[in-house]
Design a protein around this ligand. Structure first.
Ligand code: ADP
Length: 424
């Protein structure tokens, strides 16, 4: 089955075409046939397209909205000169899998999209006003352009975390706020944490119930996840992706009293404070230079920049704090797994996060750590480490394609016991 995987942002669309079916899933033989990225939708859009094994094409088109962007993508996919294996017409795309950011308490697993699901996604717009509307636009555009007969599946960023216990997902706020607004921790990056957890169990030949792991997804957005018995027990992002680790431009954890303080001292409005915390903080805010970890590491190394060093140190210290907290919460774990652009490519950051954890049984192997970059997967701890460390490149698109196939064929992945309850 050829699955079109769509990840629609407010002004961007990322896509992949993945060939997969139940047999390929069992044998790990899924194939990415093509991928691409459209940015600056709404003006002169930049379109990057790549059929596997062919050179990348970068073009510009005026694209008004998500429908126009998807139309452009589909035209390219079926064009004879794109060279995509096995695809010559729209009918060669048999299903569409969508990344949907927020599933609220309602969606605890991937679902086939029908009118009720569309309503449900619309209901969660309040919780993800920046993301869910774009995801909905993508779904409607795909239905219009491919026709209602092509099945579409929604895969939610929040779903993997539905197994968190109340002690992890409730804030210590008046309980009535949870009742009235479902104000709670949802967590994000769930598809990534789930994929990393799945690859870890394959690497170590474990059953899902035997997976006791802390995953660190460190990209532009960053989050940690505590996994026990294969289930998410806690995660660092909260009601929104703002909470938790230091990120490229997000502050992560702060004293909430800083918000009224900023309002009084700097005269900032609620919206301005929201922008400050989400777009002007984190690595960018601390360094005053950039949100890009690679550039910060270069500045630190080449120029000895004090604030670049400080930003990286605070980033690593926060991640280490979460590792410690989650080890205590889980009653221990067998391994840490690093993923995301930083986690997959920076031996220096991995070393700084795990520095001083030898007493806990974790010792990195410097040679293995240095070699594990650029998409390589494997162990980076010394042989015999009681707490092991792995680098596991994430692949959310693959998991979305697989969930799409399983859902369409009525063979979904085994259900996890969602712990969210409908509070009275
Ligand atoms: P997104 O969350 O947008 O998908 P990525 O997962 O691609 O982002 O991660 C982007 C981050 O990864 C950037 O901060 C970038 O600097 C960092 N990164 C990529 N390669 C390296 C590297 N070799 N060393 C350090 N950081 C890197």
């Amino acid at each position: 089955m050829n699955v079109l995987v769509l990840n629609c942002g407010s002004s961007s669309v990322r896509f992949q075409v993945i060939e997969t079916d139940l047999e390929r899933i069992a044998q790990d033989r899924d194939r990415c046939l093509a991928r691409g990225y459209i940015e600056r939708i709404g003006s002169l859009a930049l379109v990057t397209l790549e059929a596997t094994g062919r050179p990348k094409r970068i073009e510009t088109y005026p694209l008004r909205d998500h429908r126009a962007a998807l139309d452009q993508v589909l035209r390219w996919i079926v064009a004879s000169d794109s060279g995509i294996d096995g695809i010559g017409a729209l009918s060669d795309i048999q299903a569409v899998g969508h990344r949907v950011v927020h599933g609220g308490e309602r969606f605890t697993r991937s679902v086939k999209i029908d009118a009720a699901v569309l309503d449900g996604i619309e209901d969660t717009i309040e919780l993800a006003p920046l993301h869910n509307p774009a995801n909905l636009k993508g779904i409607l555009a795909a239905r219009e352009l491919l026709g209602p007969a092509v099945p579409q599946v929604a895969v939610f960023d929040t779903a993997f975390h539905a197994t968190m216990p109340e002690t992890a997902y409730l804030y210590a706020l008046p309980y009535s706020l949870y009742r009235r607004h479902r104000l709670r921790r949802y967590g994000f990056h769930g598809t990534s944490h789930r994929y990393v957890s799945y690859r870890y169990r394959k690497l170590r030949k474990l059953t899902r119930e035997k997976v006791n792991l802390i995953t660190l997804h460190l990209g532009n957005g960053c989050s940690a996840c505590a996994i026990k018995g294969g289930d998410s027990m806690n995660t660092s992002m909260g009601l929104t992706p703002l909470e938790g680790l230091v990120m490229g431009t997000r502050a992560g954890d702060i004293d909430a009293a800083i918000i009224p303080y900023l309002h009084q001292k700097e005269g900032l409005s609620v919206d301005e404070i929201d922008t400050l915390l989400n777009k002007e903080s984190g690595l960018l805010g601390l360094s005053g230079l950039t949100n890009d970890m690679r550039e910060l590491l270069d500045e630190e190394r080449e120029k000895g920049d004090r604030r670049a060093r400080l930003a990286v140190d605070i980033f690593c210290a926060r991640a280490r704090k979460y590792v410690g907290a989650y080890l205590a919460e889980l009653g221990g774990a067998d391994a840490l797994a690093f993923a995301g652009g930083i986690g997959e490519n920076s031996p220096a950051v991995r070393e700084r996060i795990t520095r001083g954890l030898e007493w806990m049984g974790l010792t990195l192997d410097p040679r293995r750590n240095a070699a594990m970059v650029g998409g390589k997967e494997g162990e980076i701890s010394k042989a015999g480490s009681r707490l092991k460390a792995y680098v596991i490149p994430t692949n959310e698109e693959l998991l979305i394609a697989r969930d799409t196939v399983r859902t369409v064929l009525g063979a979904p992945a085994p259900a996890r016991k969602a712990r969210a309850r409908a509070a009275k």
